[in-house]
Each structure stands twice: as structure tokens, then as C-alpha cells.
Design a protein around this ligand. Structure first.
Ligand code: IPM
Ligand code: MG
Length: 363
């Protein structure tokens, strides 16, 4: 029996609904793969603001630190938009990433064959696309100081600082090369080295790291060109390596290749000192919250990534991925990926269909 402690942060909006489905899947994994999970639920995001006045209570962060993995659904909502920045749910998310030193954000964008018609991009361009965006998550302009809004010469100025140290670039570049090694052996590093000093350092350091990975091809693209290439010919990419803000933007763009952001999982890994965070790329979608409309697949696939990257269990990872593929092949769809002739399911029904399929295809 393998025991694991998982902190579950259901958060806001559709977060609790998709978390319920993930919990069903975890129950099934316990039964069929001989695990025992201790699932500890904590307040995080808007619900934590409502109850404790802050998005990331101390107790939530401490509990996360003591667990084997953190599973996070989604946070935020219009209700919190006018709070001061440090009180917003988003600040809680940044605090969690920083607190767990989760510097490597893995965002796979895989186009499932049966969803190739769901994207706004032509299917010949898309078919077979399988990209891993690796986004630096605890540095760059998101965290750089000085930052602020102040009055200078009688007018307001706003400023942030895109700053990277060599060691920060080295550690994220290593993650990208290691992962590329197990995939199609190509890293495309994104920067704006024609304009930004911080990007020149990024590029120089990535080139230095690449010398230890002679089996992996390295290419560099400026962020603007990368945004264009991603739409023009997504199949040219294997691993995309980007700093925090560029990775934020490109991963949303990559998500649209797959048809729906409701399909995409992510993992945020550190150096092992603290547990990793697994979360769908989608947000809390307040407009559809509580309506049984959300797609639980990104959450289920995030659970899959937890098994691969935190529990070193590729069997469960594969079984969940196959279950998702089979359910799609059978024509089952939530609203975000619905097309004529397919069968429309709610969150709960899709969660159940996935669990059923998981039981069948686990071997
Ligand atoms: C993401 C989100 C977050 C980010 C926001 C909610 C702070 O867009 O996870 O991509 O910018 O990192
Ligand atoms: Mg984003």
C-alpha cells in the first residue's frame, strides 16, 4: 500500500465542481492501484478571503508544505477584482508558487485526434501537435523589484522589473532540456534578446546549459515571432522554454490550438524541497460556476500529472490519459468542446464517464 498526503485547494467558481470529480477518480485509484490518500482540504483564493481576509492563509501554505502534492482547482472571481493587489486571489497564487518554490511550470498542449475539429485553426495545421510549454514561474517581471505606482514630476508612473539571475535561468533551462530528452529532443527558447538585456542574459545562459545536452537541438525565437509561429505551424515545436510573462502568454495561445482551455492540465515543480502543485490551466469561470457545465478533464489530467511527476507512477498517468482519449473517441463532450452529432454531458456526467473508462482501461 502506498500512502500519500494530498492537499486539495478547490478554490472558487467551477473549482469545487471539478474537484469533486477528481476526488472520485482518486477513490478509484486507491481501490485499483493500491494507494491510500489522505486528502486535506484547505481554503485558498476568494473563499479564503471571505473566511480569513487573505487569499493564502498561513495554515494553508503550511499544510501544503507538509504534503506529498498539492492539487489546486481554480481561484478568483469578479467579486474580488477591486481589492488591493495583495489581497486579491491572484496574489495568493503567486504566494503559493513562491512559497513552494515551484519554479518550473509544465503546460502540455496536446491536440487529441478526436478534437482536431474543435479548434479555430485548420485541422491539417493542427493534427499531431504535441507541445510542452515550460514556463519559469517564480521570477521575472512577476516578482522583480522595484515595482509600484508612484508620483514623479507631478504625474503617476507605474513600473515593474523583469529580472533574472543566472542561477534562475540555469535551473529552468535544465528542466527543459531534461524533458526534451524524453520527448522529441528539441527546445525552442523564447526571448526578446533584440531589445531586452534580461533576454540577452537568458539566451546566453540557455546556450551555456545546452552544451551539456548535445543530443537536444536548441533554437531561439523572439517572443513576437514565436506567437506567430505557434499559429502558423505548431508542429515545429516540441519543448518551448520561456520566462514567466512570455510563458504565461504563449501557454494561453497554445491552449487554443487544442480546442479548449478546459482540456489542459499543468504541473508546477520545484527542486523537491517542497511538493509540486498540479492545476488545470483554466480559471474559475464564474459565469458557468455551479451549473454543471465545466469540463472536468483538465483537472483529471492534472491528477494524471501528479502521478507522473510527484509519485513516479506512469501506469496511473497512462491510464488517466487513455481514459480521456477513449471518452473523447466515444463522442462524449462537455459544452466547451461540443460539436453537432456528439453527446453533450455535464461536469458530473463527464466525471463519471471518465471514471468508468478509467476502470476499464487501467491495465
Ligand atoms: C496563469 C494565470 C496566472 C498567472 C494569474 C491568475 C495570476 O494567468 O496561471 O497562467 O498569470 O500566472
Ligand atoms: Mg495565464
Amino acid at each position: 500500500m502506498i500512502s500519500k498526503k494530498i492537499t486539495l485547494l478547490s478554490g472558487d467558481g467551477i473549482g469545487p465542481e471539478v474537484s469533486v470529480e477528481a476526488e472520485k477518480l482518486l477513490k478509484l485509484i486507491e481501490k485499483e492501484f493500491n494507494y491510500k490518500f489522505e486528502i486535506i482540504k484547505k481554503d485558498f483564493g476568494g473563499c479564503a478571503i471571505d473566511k480569513h481576509g487573505v487569499p493564502l492563509p498561513e495554515d494553508t501554505l503550511e499544510t501544503c508544505k507538509k504534503s506529498d502534492a498539492v492539487l489546486l482547482a481554480a481561484i478568483g472571481g469578479p467579486k474580488y477584482d477591486n481589492l488591493p493587489r495583495e489581497k486579491r486571489p491572484e496574489s495568493g497564487l503567486l504566494g503559493l508558487r513562491a512559497g513552494l518554490q515551484a519554479f518550473a511550470n509544465l503546460r502540455p498542449a496536446v491536440v487529441f485526434d478526436s478534437l482536431v475539429d474543435s479548434s479555430t485553426i485548420k485541422k491539417e495545421v493542427l493534427a499531431g501537435t504535441d507541445i510542452m510549454v515550460i514556463r519559469e514561474l517564480t521570477g521575472g517581471v512577476y516578482f522583480g523589484k522595484p515595482r509600484g505606482i508612484e508620483v514623479r514630476n507631478g504625474e503617476r508612473v507605474g513600473f515593474n522589473n523583469m529580472i533574472y539571475s543566472e542561477s534562475e535561468v540555469v535551473r529552468i533551462a535544465k528542466v527543459a532540456f531534461e524533458i526534451a530528452r524524453k520527448r522529441n529532443k528539441k527546445v525552442t527558447s523564447i526571448d526578446k534578446a533584440n531589445v531586452l538585456d534580461v533576454s540577452q542574459l537568458w539566451r546566453d545562459v540557455v546556450v551555456e546549459v545546452s552544451k551539456s545536452y548535445s543530443d537536444v537541438t536548441l533554437e531561439h525565437l523572439y517572443i513576437d515571432n514565436a506567437a506567430m509561429q505557434l499559429i502558423k505551424n505548431p508542429k515545429q515545436f516540441d519543448v518551448i522554454l520561456a520566462e514567466n510573462l512570455f510563458g504565461d502568454i504563449l501557454s494561453d495561445e497554445a491552449s487554443m490550438l487544442t480546442g479548449s482551455i478546459g482540456m489542459l492540465p499543468s504541473a508546477s515543480l520545484g527542486d523537491g524541497t517542497y511538493p509540486a502543485i498540479y492545476e488545470p490551466v483554466h480559471g474559475s469561470a464564474p459565469d458557468i460556476a455551479g451549473k454543471n457545465l465545466a469540463n472536468p478533464m483538465a483537472m483529471m489530467l492534472s491528477v494524471a500529472m501528479m502521478f507522473k511527476y510527484s509519485f513516479n507512477d506512469e501506469k496511473v498517468y497512462d491510464a488517466i490519459n487513455i481514459a480521456v482519449k477513449n471518452v473523447l473517441d466515444k463522442g462524449l463532450r462537455t459544452k466547451d468542446i461540443y460539436q453537432d452529432g456528439k453527446m453533450l454531458l455535464g461536469t458530473k456526467e463527464m466525471g463519471e464517464a471518465l471514471c468508468k473508462e478509467f476502470s476499464v482501461c487501467k491495465v
